[in-house]
Design a binder for this molecule. Structure first.
Ligand code: UTP
Length: 286
């Protein structure tokens, strides 16, 4: 009863990052020294997942290319004696088994997850929204969710306690706390007004989902923002199967917004032994 597959829905339009995302996948923006997407892939692998399934769309080809071999580049690096870089490039393409499924139209996160049905049918699977970057080197956040699934069965979502002013930006979940930091979820609302929010616990971009989510996604109506919302399907799922909410341990950087992405770059660069002095130097100049 463990989780071997992990879905990465990356077919969104990334409107908060326009005009950059007109042609560039936001998942390929650099976070210190590698693309945002690679943090999520490393987290999935460190959590025991073996198969990575990306739900992609237009303007996302660079993600596929990033994880493929690049013979021309490798050949050039080898011929010029840049062997350290050469092996680094090879390691990226050998990181994981990655499959790609196209979401033809960005109809919402619920619809993107439904696109993964052909490969995830019949088994529990993980979901990582890669622009939520989580840092916990001791115990990756997806692994925390998988452990709860292994112990209690059912689906699991990651929760974070948020300020009142942020409630309407997220899906909000509520339930009974059955042990410290673990809730049995009984209600969820996508982007509620503060007055309608059932709690202050927001759903963050990591999930372990039951395959029973697929029939619910098939029968779904559009919800908030006119999109097929994953939150609505999980709320339905919670009526027939346990859905646990876990107040995760670790740090989160919201790299889906310009402010979050910039602040993640600054904070993580300040924690990097090789970059710290250089960044401090740059910041001191103003
Ligand atoms: P977001 O809500 O962050 O949307 O999607 P977005 O399109 O990426 O960015 P904004 O809000 O327009 O700036 C959450 C996750 O769901 C994926 C996104 O790629 C992101 O990883 N998604 C969203 C899809 O794969 N397909 C969709 O139709 C919608």
């Amino acid at each position: 009863m463990t989780v071997k597959k992990c879905l990465f829905p990356v077919a969104g339009l990334g409107t908060r990052f326009l005009p950059v995302t007109k042609e560039i996948a936001k998942e390929m923006l650099p976070l210190v020294n590698r693309p945002i997407i690679s943090y999520g892939v490393e987290e999935a692998l460190a959590s025991g997942c073996e198969d990575i399934v990306m739900i992609t769309g237009r303007a996302k080809r660079s993600i596929e290319n990033y994880f493929d071999r690049s013979f021309e580049l490798e050949d050039m690096l080898r011929k010029r004696g840049k062997l350290e870089l050469y092996y680094k490039m090879i390691r990226i393409s050998e990181m994981a088994e990655i499959m790609y499924i196209r979401q033809r139209e960005p109809l919402g996160l619920g619809h993107a997850v439904l696109c993964g049905e052909p490969v995830c049918k019949g088994e529990y699977f993980g979901v990582i929204l890669p622009d939520d970057v989580f840092i916990n080197d001791d115990d990756p956040v997806l692994s925390q969710l998988i452990k709860v699934h292994e112990r209690l069965g059912g689906s699991v979502i990651a929760l974070e306690h948020v300020e009142d002013r942020d409630v309407s930006r997220y899906g909000i979940a509520s339930g009974e706390e059955i042990e410290p930091g673990v809730f049995r979820i009984n209600d969820m609302v996508e982007k509620p007004k503060l007055a309608d929010a059932p709690s202050r616990y927001a759903i963050m971009g990591r999930y372990v989902l039951s395959p029973e989510i697929f029939p619910l996604l098939h029968n779904q109506q559009t919800g908030a923002g006119g999109e097929y919302q994953l939150t609505d399907a999980i709320r339905e799922l919670a009526k027939s199967e346990p859905v646990w909410g876990v107040a995760y341990r670790g740090r989160r950087f919201d790299c889906g917004t310009q402010k979050g992405w910039l602040s993640a770059n600054i904070q993580l660069a300040l924690e990097d032994d090789e970059l710290r002095d250089m960044v401090l130097d740059i910041l001191k100049k103003d």
